[in-house]
Design a protein around this ligand. Structure first.
Ligand SMILES: [Ca+2]
Length: 101
């Protein structure tokens, strides 16, 4: 696992399990687990102090099958959407790398 893209895929998977295993169903993110994942791992979402209403809307959007939890498939769809957003953002700009945190 030396190539960056392979590493990125592995990080997507391990990050999910790092949080999904904390409470309840080990293979799904509860609301609390999703919140923690966002604030620790995706601070562009978590750190801007998303209010409760915004978070509920996001959770609602992600939870396609409406079981009040975010499973792996729902999580991956979310990451894919963010990635598409990044692509939109960078495609017209000068060819510079996404800024590192
Ligand atoms: Ca769900």
């Amino acid at each position: 696992m030396a190539c960056p893209l392979e590493q990125a895929l592995a990080v997507m998977v391990t990050t999910f399990h790092k949080y999904s295993g904390k409470e309840g169903d080990k293979f799904k993110l509860s609301k609390a687990e999703l919140k923690e994942l966002l604030s620790n791992e995706l601070p562009i979402f978590g750190s801007k102090q998303m209010d409760e209403g915004e978070f509920k809307r996001l959770m609602n959007d992600l939870d396609h099958n409406k079981d009040s939890e975010v499973d792996f498939k729902e999580y991956v769809c979310f990451l894919a959407c963010i990635t598409m957003g990044f692509n939109e953002f960078f495609k017209d700009g000068p060819a510079k790398q996404p800024r590192k945190k």
